[in-house]
Design a protein around this ligand. Structure first.
Ligand code: SF4
Length: 234
């Protein structure tokens, strides 16, 4: 990719945002939840686990423990068994017990509404906090999960590997009002088009603004068809 000024990168980022929104107009949080408490719990459980599996587990979890105080008082072993399908279930059970206890005892049973307070809860980092802020409280936030990090680097919007630094780079390039929806659209795109091992560049609407070396993109297809037409002619 030719050297790009900050101004050019900003313009390109805006085009990428527009195209992403056009491509995934229905992008949304795929974790089933009602309210901040359920979203916080579901997001903690989604670490190293698909949203689909989390949704099957939370259905029963929220029926048995409908509030932070009830979950904080859960029997640890019973909780572990419920969480088992999500993987790392012992650690996740510990995190849920500790964070719900903190919400129940220090925040009057209400999930706090600021980044500072959320990230002080045990086991809650910026990614989880941004999911909650953006989707439960309407405070814009960029969620850097594995998809968003990978796509941001492929699209040359960030060179960083540390999620917090990727978040800073994206905050600088994407309008604040779009942060939450941008995160959803990036995650949708990462899951449906730009997979970790098989980016489908030839089908991708972002192709012209994405400098990733498109191994099997239209340009390559065109080149190979030229080669075969040469072969046909000779
Ligand atoms: S062009 Fe390829 S690498 Fe770039 S976003 Fe699309 S699928 Fe991903």
């Amino acid at each position: 990719m030719p050297r790009e000024s900050k101004k050019e990168q900003r313009k390109r980022a805006l085009r990428l945002v527009k195209t992403l929104f056009r491509t995934h107009p229905d992008a949304h949080c795929e974790l089933h939840h009602r309210g901040p408490y359920q979203l916080l719990v579901a997001t903690i459980l989604s670490a190293q686990c698909t949203d689909k599996v989390v949704n099957t587990v939370t259905h029963e979890l929220f029926r048995r423990f409908p509030s932070p105080a009830r979950l904080a008082a859960a029997d640890p072993q019973e909780l572990e068994q419920l969480l088992r399908p999500t993987g790392f279930f012992r650690q996740k059970a510990k995190t849920l017990l500790a964070s719900c206890d903190s919400i129940a005892t220090e925040h009057g049973g209400q999930v706090p509404k600021t980044m500072e307070e959320l990230t002080r809860l045990p086991g809650v980092g910026r990614k989880t906090a941004n999911v909650v802020l953006g989707n439960a409280f309407g405070t814009p936030g960029i969620v850097v999960d594995t998809h968003v990090g990978r796509l941001a680097r492929r699209m040359a919007l960030s060179k960083q590997t540390d999620p917090v630094r990727v978040e800073q780079d994206l905050m600088d390039l994407v309008p604040e009002k779009d942060w939450t929806q941008f995160s959803h659209a990036m995650i949708f795109h990462g899951r449906r088009v730009c997979g970790a091992r098989n980016p489908q560049c030839e089908l991708c609407s972002l192709y012209t603004d994405c400098p990733f070396p498109h191994g099997s993109g239209p340009k390559t297809l065109k080149r190979s068809s030229t080669r075969s037409s040469r072969r046909r002619r000779s």
